[in-house]
Design a protein around this ligand. Structure first.
Ligand code: NAP
Length: 288
């Protein structure tokens, strides 16, 4: 008899994500085991509980999802989880702390519907946050030249170095964007702009939009007013504005939800999957 599908939520927050739990149940998970405030040193015991309880043939019915607002903490939990595995004794694992992987994947997929990503010039405003960094990484993997914008040039340069170390041949340029003139320069000549700034921060003003003539797609991931791109509503989904396809956070959110659900389903197709940004993007591509 097939064993029930168990998903173990490892979350760095004081409460394991309700959002992640609901998506998991909607994706067919039969039993959720939720662990909150998980510290890296606690991972081993928790993961051993998952590895050593079922026979190898049934391990695909157990999986782990890593959540929490702090994406760096989630990355560390993922590293600790994968360190526990050996031989066939492993279970599949998804990292989607703060929704960063599924959101960035949905944004880059939306961009790719309007512009061929290979060879494109893309600007990621606030490309230093967890979502922005992943959007930069995914765009770079697809062969785009990416301008990584930040209020601090050194912060942008640091992100570029980290992604260059991960993505061989990545074409990245750090840019400082604290004034409209600097933002206009960061967007000039780009066909894609993704605004990945913190909630409630406008990053691309109406004045800069007026003079940004090269854009073909503008994607804002901030759903909290003031929104990240002037003139783009949160609900916009491929809305044409003078030749620019515009997406707001909710417009991207539907795809993000589909990718998240499909990623959970995929966890139970094998016992050796590690789903991080690239794998989550591939799931999105297969859905589109
Ligand atoms: P975050 O870490 O809160 O912020 C991203 C970047 O915004 C920071 O690295 C910072 O860049 C910049 N920033 C912060 N405060 C700022 C300020 N006062 N003025 C200008 N820039 C500021 O964001 P995140 O977690 O990566 O998420 C990015 C966006 O995606 C957020 O708006 C979030 O709500 C949204 N989101 C959407 C979904 C969805 O399903 N649609 C899911 C997850 C997240 P610098 O310091 O380098 O300038």
């Amino acid at each position: 008899m097939t064993k029930p599908r168990i998903l173990i939520q490892l979350d760095s927050d004081p409460h394991a994500s309700v959002f992640d739990a609901v998506v998991a149940i909607d994706a067919g998970v039969e039993k959720l085991l939720q662990y909150a405030d998980v510290e890296p040193l606690e991972v081993r015991g928790l993961v051993h509980g998952a590895m050593f309880t079922r026979g190898v043939a049934d391990l695909r019915q157990t999986a782990i999802s890593i959540g929490g607002a702090n994406v760096a903490a989630g990355e560390e939990l993922l590293r600790r989880v994968t360190e526990c595995f050996f031989g066939p004794l492993r279970v599949s694992v998804l990292l989607d702390a703060n929704g960063a992987n599924t959101t960035a994947a949905a944004a880059v997929l939306a961009a790719g519907k309007h512009v061929a990503l290979s060879g494109a010039v893309a600007t990621v405003l606030a490309g230093t946050g967890p979502v922005g960094q992943r959007a930069v990484r995914l765009l770079a993997r697809q062969g785009a030249s990416v301008r990584v914008a930040s209020r601090t040039l050194e912060k942008a340069a640091h992100v570029c170095r980290e992604i260059e170390a991960r993505v061989p041949g990545a074409k990245l340029t750090p840019m400082k964007t604290t004034t409209d003139d600097e933002t206009a320069a960061a967007v000039e000549g780009a066909s894609i702009v993704i605004a990945a700034g913190a909630a409630g921060i406008e990053l691309l003003s109406a004045d800069v939009r007026k003079i940004s003539r090269s854009l073909k797609v503008a994607i804002d991931l901030n759903a909290v007013p003031p929104l990240g791109i002037a003139g783009v509503a949160a609900t916009d989904k491929a809305k044409d504005q003078s030749g620019v396809a515009c997406y707001g956070a909710l417009g991207v959110g539907g795809t993000k939800m589909k990718i998240h659900k499909a990623a959970i389903e995929q966890l139970f197709s094998a016992n050796d999957l590690v789903l991080d940004a690239e794998e989550v993007f591939a799931i999105g591509l297969a859905l589109s």
